[in-house]
Design a protein around this ligand. Structure first.
Ligand SMILES: NC(=O)c1ccc[n+]([C@@H]2O[C@H](COP(=O)([O-])OP(=O)(O)OC[C@H]3O[C@@H](n4cnc5c(N)ncnc54)[C@H](O)[C@@H]3O)[C@@H](O)[C@H]2O)c1
Length: 269
């Protein structure tokens, strides 16, 4: 038995084209590298083209296939342009990762309408219309896998994240809607909900003398996660190994929702 060949036959992304939004961010870049190194061609889409181009150069230098594309998920015209550009280049999109996201941490009574709209437009409306544009292409081929990025805040809630949490809870709701409506067209839709992953988005909390110990005590593994620790699930959901998986959300959180660190108890160890 050739274990490498067996694993490749189960998880390989050879012949698949993936589009990743927010591709140059902490989690987006880790997932994009993972998809490319598992054999996919990856369209790296994001607001800052120079960062997507740098990632394209890195992946290409390592022997992978990738291309950089400008995308603002909060702008429907930009979504259409980007999907057209990716379709023109590859002729197909087999896998969509909706990773782009933002947050602004502030209390319920302090949120202003402009910030509410900005977070909702990026984190929920952006996922909705990006998926609609890509699913239109997937419908034609009756095949595809869509993966949305949720959050710890789609289930439990941290203070100062009311708009973000509402948007991410919405992402999980549309993940189920998409799974239900798209299954008969051969399209699967799932979500990965990261716990506390160390990236630019969360560095401010990991640097905080109050929030860092708060988070650690609520993670059974007592540490933040690395973006690369999401890649195994990303490859699974992108590949045919997950052919009977749809409509689900997978929390990757070091045991955060499970209860965090245990209270004091008697033990012989
Ligand atoms: N880091 C965590 O602990 C954590 C936890 C739960 C969920 N998430 C989610 O994971 C995703 C990635 O977060 P990250 O931690 O890598 O953050 P990040 O800030 O490193 O990356 C986010 C990326 O999204 C891009 N982006 C933002 N607005 C955009 C727009 N309008 N159009 C296109 N691209 C846009 C940014 O340019 C950036 O590249 C987000 O959806 C975030 O909410 C992160």
């Amino acid at each position: 038995m050739d274990h490498g060949a067996y694993l490749k036959s189960v998880f390989s992304l050879e012949g698949k084209t993936a589009l990743v939004t927010g591709a140059a961010g902490g989690i987006g870049a880790a997932i994009s590298r993972g998809l490319a190194y598992a054999g996919a061609e990856v369209a790296l889409c994001g607001r800052t083209l120079s960062k997507c181009r740098a990632l394209e150069a890195e992946i290409t230098a390592a022997g992978g296939r990738a291309s950089a594309h400008l995308l603002d998920v909060a702008d429907l015209a930009s979504i259409r342009r980007c999907v057209d550009e990716v379709m023109a280049r590859y002729g197909r999109i087999d896998v969509l990762f909706n990773v782009a996201g933002i947050n602004k941490r502030e209390g319920l009574l302090d949120v202003e309408e402009a910030d509410y709209d900005r977070i909702m437009d990026t984190n929920l409306k952006g996922v909705y219309f990006m998926t609609q544009a890509v699913a239109r292409e997937m419908y034609k081929r009756k095949s595809g896998s869509i993966v949305n990025i949720g959050s710890h805040n789609d289930t439990a809630m941290l203070g100062g994240c009311s708009v973000y949490g509402a948007a991410k809870s919405g992402v999980i709701a549309i993940t189920r809607s998409m799974a239900v409506e798209c299954a008969r067209y051969g399209i699967r839709c799932n979500a990965i909900s990261p716990g506390h992953i160390i990236t630019e988005l969360t560095q401010v909390s990991w640097d905080s003398p109050n929030r860092a110990p708060y988070m650690k005590s609520r993670i059974a593994m007592e540490r933040g996660g690395q973006p690369e620790e999401l890649v195994g699930m990303a490859i699974l959901l992108a590949s045919d190994a997950s052919s009977y998986m749809t409509g689900q959300t997978y929390h990757i959180d070091g045991g955060c929702l499970a209860g965090g660190t245990p209270w004091e108890y008697d033990t012989a160890y």
